[in-house]
Design a protein around this ligand. Structure first.
Ligand SMILES: [Zn+2]
Length: 525
């Protein structure tokens, strides 16, 4: 990553900040003792801050996945523009290989004073946008218009990573739990799930992003305050991707509380009903960190196209089953019940326990080379083609192997789990008329018969350390009635949203999305 201090509004490129290089060893933070006014106003601190948060998030992904992460854009470096424009907006642009952070005047305070707010200083905003960029590198098709869940996943994951990465800092957990009390013990009564939701989550929510509401539309606060148990998924309000993303965040954060409570059960009390406060905080930070690792690893177990929240839940359950087969900590139970509370069930294609079915079919390995399969797209294509019957890939459209990546994970017992993750995508372009007649897909009536439509199918192949196929996690093109329904629903959704009329403008996608949410398009224009 590289910080480029270019301001589009002022059309000015500022000199790079002159900060002591960290190449020779420890980096000494020149702002360690600087007063708040300096931090708020010094552009060199802005550069250091935005770089540090973005790099920390990137390092967190690389740690969880056990490999270097590629960007979704061309080149190996992503530009970060900390003072990109005078607008309450921040976004990732694949086409420009950049993260943009705007600045703007705050609302007047009681004395009618305003001040400049820099979005590059907000942890939530920087972590959120960096996650968009990293996820785009891991699953490039998720930026294409699909179901409401897929767009919402980009937003929900970005917020969940922002929140969990904050909770992984013990100081933050302590401050949110009971403030800086200085007490050594904490009452057990404060450590029940509902109590923790009211204290830890809501306290953080109130702190978060007051000034950033223009940029981020208070999504983090809303999602934490969503009460479980309603039919959100069919609520018209929750068809919009940011709103829908809140469901994922809510389910994740409540799972975090359950995991924390379950870890606390294993800590004894010191005196009657009281626990060691620092241990409680440490367990909270660990629970957040653990869930963050799971949330990131689960991306490897998601289908490459038309992702649904149910697919992601099954992926999370599979990740956990891979490293802790007996669920002795009750994490899978926590995920299942919290996602269900927000109307999200595991995928219908999953095993009885909600995680993905293991692949038991006989595959042909004799015509592919084990060694090349670990890194070569062409070799994996050969494997897919040889096994297209067993893999249920019909021969319509064309197939493209998008990526082959190694993955190394360390289980809690110290054992190393090595896997290879490959993604293939199947693309079919047909007219609406053909789709209705030849494939019996229920295409919305008002889509003209001559209109050319592009359908996607695809799967993620997970190979074990011996090169044997362990999982095929797929949303097939048009294999069965379920696929035809999915394709029909997707087309109906895209048609209603107006996506089928627009050209696929990725550069403008996040900018427009974020402006739409913050409701500042008039101000910006
Ligand atoms: Zn976003």
């Amino acid at each position: 990553m590289a910080v480029v201090d270019y301001d589009v509004t002022a059309n000015a490129l500022y000199c790079p900040a002159d900060l002591p290089s960290g190449l020779e060893g420890e980096y000494r933070d020149p702002f360690q003792d600087a007063p708040d006014e300096t931090l708020l106003s010094d552009p060199r601190f802005h550069a250091q801050n935005v770089y540090a948060i973005a790099m920390r998030i990137l390092a967190r992904f690389e740690f969880a996945l056990g490999r270097r992460v590629q960007w979704g854009c061309e080149g190996h470096q992503l530009n970060i523009l900390p003072h990109a424009f005078a607008e309450p907006n921040a976004f990732y642009s694949r086409d420009n290989r950049s993260l943009y952070f705007g600045y703007f005047e705050s609302f007047p305070d009681k004395q009618d004073q305003t001040h400049t707010v820099f979005s590059c200083l907000s942890h939530d905003v920087v972590a959120h946008e960096t996650t968009h960029a990293i996820l785009d590198g891991l699953r490039s098709r998720y930026l294409e218009p699909s179901s409401p869940d897929q767009g919402a996943f980009h937003e929900g994951l970005a917020d969940a990573v922002a929140l969990l990465s904050v909770f992984a800092l013990p100081d933050v957990v302590g401050a949110a739990l009971d403030g800086a009390t200085g007490a050594a013990l904490i009452d057990q009564a404060l450590l029940e799930k509902d109590q923790l939701a009211n204290s830890v989550l809501f306290r953080l929510a109130d702190e978060m992003g007051q000034e950033m509401s223009g940029v981020r539309g208070c999504a983090l606060r809303h999602s934490i305050r969503l009460s479980p148990g309603k039919d959100y998924k069919n609520d018209p309000e929750f068809q919009e991707v940011h709103k829908r993303g809140e469901l994922l965040v809510a389910a994740m954060m409540r799972s975090f509380l359950d995991i924390w409570v379950s870890r606390l059960k294993r800590i004894g009390t010191i005196v009657d009903g009281k626990k060691d406060r620092s241990l409680v905080i440490e367990e909270g930070a660990r629970a957040a960190d653990h869930l963050l690792t799971m949330a990131i690893r689960a991306i490897d177990y998601c289908p490459p196209v038309d992702l649904s929240f149910s697919d992601y839940l099954s992926a999370l359950l599979t990740v956990d089953r891979e490293v802790v087969p007996d669920d002795r900590y009750g994490y899978r139970e926590a995920l299942l019940s919290n996602f269900r509370d927000f109307g999200i069930d595991p995928s219908a294609r999953a095993d009885i326990d909600g995680s993905w079915l293991r692949c038991d079919d006989e595959m042909i390995y004799s015509r592919t080379h084990f060694d090349s399969m670990l890194r070569d797209n062409e070799e994996v294509f050969r494997f897919v083609w040889e096994n297209r019957k067993a893999l249920n890939i019909g021969d319509i459209g064309y197939i493209e192997v998008q990526s082959v990546r190694p993955s190394v994970r360390i289980a809690p017992d110290g054992f190393v789990l090595r896997e290879t993750i490959a993604e293939y995508v199947q693309v079919l372009t047909v007219t609406a008329g053909e789709l209705r007649q030849d494939f019996k897909v229920d295409v919305p009536d008002d889509i003209e018969f001559w209109r050319s439509l592009r359908l996607l199918g695809g799967g993620t192949l997970v190979f074990d350390e011996y090169g044997q196929l362990k999982y095929q996690i797929a949303n097939h093109l048009l294999k069965d009635r379920g696929d035809k329904r999915r394709q029909g629903d997707r087309l109906a959704y895209l048609w209603r949203q107006g996506f089928l009329d627009r050209k696929n403008d990725r550069a403008g996608y996040f900018a427009a999305l974020h402006l739409a949410r913050s409701g500042v398009s008039e101000r910006a224009g």
